[in-house]
Design a protein around this ligand. Structure first.
Ligand SMILES: [Zn+2]
Length: 81
């Protein structure tokens, strides 16, 4: 059985400190995108800051996305209790 769990939270952006993981450029744009991931059998939906380098067009997710996904799991577990 799976349940859909919604979690949306916008963290303060830290765009100034982002460096492209591919070419090292600091010209990286952020767009907030929906992302779904599985936690066990639970599907958790979050909004994550997707980065795209404006120089080499490389797209990536960084620690901030992982942080958001980790917090979504924490919130889910808290709500479950
Ligand atoms: Zn780049």
């Amino acid at each position: 059985m799976s349940k859909k769990y919604l979690f949306e939270k916008e963290l303060q952006m830290s765009e100034n400190n982002i460096t492209c993981a591919e070419c090292g450029s600091k010209k990286v744009n952020t767009t907030w995108e929906d992302n779904e991931f599985l936690y066990g059998e639970i599907k958790i939906k979050v909004k994550v800051p997707a980065r795209q380098c404006s120089i080499c067009k490389f797209q990536f997710l960084d620690w901030e996305s992982e942080d958001i996904m980790g917090k979504a799991v924490d919130d889910y577990l808290k709500e479950k209790e």
